[in-house]
Design a protein around this ligand. Structure first.
Ligand SMILES: [Zn+2]
Length: 310
């Protein structure tokens, strides 16, 4: 039922977008979240996309959109076309349990060797946040996560760079399985969107200090992974596109001019109705401020799963 309603509304949106898209560029593949250090030279994944800060730790003058408005419109048109094709084949979104493959990359001296307990806690955080467990008005997205494998790799270069070469050599499974690499690069996290074709680099990379109990001040409740998995399932930032429509292509996340830093209750950065969604996992607020995905985001993740991963 949710599928039917969502599909109907998006067919209309797709028609609108079809008129708006003219020769847009192909999609860039990654979303990056900066941590304390500037990007390391050997991190090569951000492609055309400027790095953006989560939580205002590091601001970049080139702006905060990983995906340009023109790219986003092209992506949306392709996504809706795929969704219609899959829907026509009788596939429907349903509750999904995602197998998770953890790749713990460490320095030669063992730095970065997160414990099995932390990994279990990280999986629990994913299940709680995607299950709507942090607030009464959070959506239960229907996605859950189960640890399928843990690999530990001592490689100083990979630990510091989190490179795509590391991913290519260690990725396991299909696009319906989540690979998580923990590394020590200059970002909080990087995700690959579902519409990016490369299987060998599919998944998320997070700074090892962001896992539950880690040392990343204000970002150590494991919710960087929640944010990155949101991208992996097709969500943009709530501030995507700034105050302009169609923003993040989700109707129940009010428009937002720029990323949030900290937890400024009452922030309202756009003229359109609604306060900034500072508690949304797809903003850049502190982990302690995060409490929800919306129903609209849940629908978009269902659709993206169906279109690209299911
Ligand atoms: Zn992000």
């Amino acid at each position: 039922m949710r599928w039917t309603a969502a599909r109907r509304s998006h067919v209309v949106l797709g028609m609108t977008l079809g008129l708006m898209v003219v020769g847009a560029a192909p999609a860039s593949g990654y979303v990056t979240e900066s941590a304390t250090a500037p990007p390391i030279d050997c991190v090569e994944p951000h492609g055309d996309a400027p790095a953006a800060a989560r939580g205002g730790i590091e601001a970049h003058p080139e702006g905060f959109d990983e995906v340009s408005p023109a790219e986003a419109l092209q992506i949306e048109r392709d996504r809706l076309e795929r969704l219609d094709r899959r829907g026509a084949k009788g596939k429907a979104a349903a509750d999904v349990t995602i197998p998770v493959h953890f790749h713990v990359v460490t320095a030669d001296d063992g730095t970065g060797d997160v414990s099995d307990a932390q990994i279990a806690d990280q999986i629990a955080v994913l299940n709680n946040t995607f299950g709507g467990g942090e607030s009464g008005d959070a959506a239960d997205t229907g996605f859950s996560f189960e640890l399928a494998s843990t690999e530990r790799i001592a490689n100083r270069g990979w630990f510091r760079s989190g490179s795509t070469s590391m991913m290519r050599k260690t990725h396991v499974g299909t696009k319906a399985e989540l690979n998580i690499w923990t590394v020590d690069f200059g970002y909080l996290g990087i995700a690959q969107f579902p519409w990016t074709k490369s299987l060998a680099t599919d998944g998320i990379r997070v700074k090892w200090t962001t896992l539950p109990g880690g040392s990343q001040t204000n970002f150590n409740d494991g919710e960087t992974a929640t944010h990155e998995v949101g991208h992996w399932l097709g969500l943009y930032h709530t501030f995507q596109g700034g105050c302009k429509d169609p923003g993040d292509f989700v109707s129940d996340t009010p428009a937002q001019a720029s990323p949030t830093s900290g937890c400024p209750v009452g922030r309202d950065s756009c003229p359109a109705e609604g306060l900034d969604p500072i508690h949304n996992y797809m903003d850049y607020s502190f982990d302690s401020c995060y409490t929800q995905f919306t129903a609209g985001q849940s629908t978009r993740m269902d659709e993206s799963w169906l279109a690209y991963r299911g």
